[in-house]
Design a protein around this ligand. Sequence first.
Ligand code: ZN
Length: 200
Amino acid sequence: MAEAIPPALERLIKNLMRFPGIGEKSATRMALQILRWPSSVAKELGASIMELHDKIGICSRCFTFSQEDPCSICQAAGRDQDVICVVEEPGDVVAIEKTGSYRGLYHVLQGVLSPREGIGPEELKIKELINRIKSEPAKEVIIATSSTAAGEATASYLIDALKDTGVKVTRIACGIPMGTDLKYADQMTLKRALESRRSL
Ligand SMILES: [Zn+2]
């Protein structure tokens, strides 16, 4: 980086470049923008980043991000306790919650199977899912992994792994275009995919 850039600014630019799709040019523009903000606003941004890891943990029941344990969804009265929707990441929980049409619980796998990246069943919360089904009054498990190759491979693995539990297993419908990451599907498509899930 150019010598004219003060070290504090350079540090921020380098950190902003950690975001996917943010190169040096965009990061520089963002950093200069922050520099123009009133000091109190910039400090608020910094403080909110600092607070993130201290305040947010993982729900020990469904493994989504949460400020409490169990999370607010697991604790909510009036949610169907016998339906578990299995998703890849906490972002998928947010996407499904936004549709407003799902009233069951979730189980976040914390990723998808990816032999190339060394992610096998042990690295995901699959064992925990099977334990939940055994100890909770689960009647239906909805597999809502993405329609990407890795998402489909994970779904197949789960269908097989859940076979002996006796629970009803459904897969969200194919309304979601092939190769789409669940959290990028629009709300209407996601709502319809959930409603027209099929039994396996
Ligand atoms: Zn939870």
